[in-house]
Design a protein around this ligand. Structure first.
Ligand code: BV8
Length: 251
């Protein structure tokens, strides 16, 4: 007889769960062809570390370089599609909601691929690369005149425009962070998918779930600081594991 693909206890927890929360990181978009942060940055950008570019200091020091890095990433993610990991998470949400259960997707990613895949209850902890805001006023800006300047200028105040993402050393959006803590505290099952668990405060969400008594499931081909604490560690690519898990539990 074939080994069950998943521990029956995990399947049982998921079938009984009223609230399920998922935290995703760059690994969930890896199979869409989006480089993760821990991979060497491909092409033009392999001589910079993200931590050295994704900061307000880097932007003030060289706004053109930082704007161009994000423009390159924006183009890259516009050209890729959600992979089976994204679609499985959207399906998990549908399966739970049709049973009157609750599903919350908390993402560190700024690539908009969960939204493209059909997920709806998404908490964007670190913003979204498809949105642009004024560096000085903080207001979202949908369009701006092409003056040939890089970065472009805010039409309202003339200040620089920047991507609507959270940089290192910047506070996370308060409402998003509070909703994420709440989801981690109330859920019965918490997934950590495709994240190295090195960036705070996102990395503390699975710990908060553990402390609140949730079953924690990690989906990652590699070990992370969370692995020894997770109840279930599903080692492999999310694009393979998640569709199989959704099928085993709900179909
Ligand atoms: C904050 C948006 C309060 C932008 C990102 C000292 C000074 C100042 C701050 C700090 C400090 N020490 C610590 C901090 C806090 C700091 C921090 O955590 N630093 C780290 C480096 C130690 N955090 C912050 O600054 C946060 N703000 O704390 O505010 C404050 C304010 C002032 C001063 C102090 C505190 C803001 C953090 C948000 C930064 N913005 N992104 C952008 O995208 O450009 S972070 C960015 O990097 C991502 O969003 C994500 O969070 C992180 C990358 O992590 P992962 O997503 O996990 O990706 P990674 O590549 O690391 O791992 C991929 C994983 O996938 C791997 O495990 C791999 O095995 C796996 N994988 C690969 N393939 C697959 C797979 N898994 C499944 N399937 C596959 N196929």
């Amino acid at each position: 007889m074939n080994e069950p693909a998943f521990p029956p206890l995990l399947i049982d927890h998921l079938r009984k769960a009223v609230d399920v929360a998922v935290l995703t990181g760059a690994g969930v978009s890896a199979e869409s062809g989006v480089p993760t942060f821990r991979d060497a940055q491909t092409g033009l950008w392999n001589r910079y570390r993200p931590e050295d570019l994704a900061t307000p200091q880097a932007f003030r020091r060289d706004p053109k370089l930082v704007w161009e890095w994000y423009a390159w990433r924006r183009e890259l993610v516009l050209g890729v599609s959600p992979n089976p990991a994204h679609t499985a998470l959207a399906e998990m949400e549908r399966q739970l909601e049709r049973r009157g259960r609750r599903f919350t997707l908390i993402t560190q990613n700024v690539d908009n691929l969960h939204g493209k895949a059909g997920s709806s209850n998404i908490i964007e902890l670190h913003g979204n690369i498809q949105r642009t805001r004024c560096f000085d006023e903080g207001t979202l800006v949908e369009s701006w005149p092409d003056t040939g300047e890089t970065p472009p200028r805010c039409p309202a105040c003339g200040g620089w425009l920047r991507p609507d993402v959270v940089w290192f050393g910047e506070m996370l959006p308060q409402q998003a962070l509070e909703a994420a803590w709440e989801a981690a505290r109330v859920c019965q099952v918490f997934f950590s998918v495709g994240t190295s668990g090195l960036v705070e405060p996102a990395a503390s969400l699975p710990v908060a779930a553990l402390q609140a008594g949730a079953i924690v499931v990690e989906v990652n081909p590699a070990e992370t600081p969370l692995t020894p604490h997770a109840h279930f560690s599903l080692q492999g690519p999310a694009g393979q594991i998640l569709p199989q898990l959704v099928q085993a539990v709900w179909e």
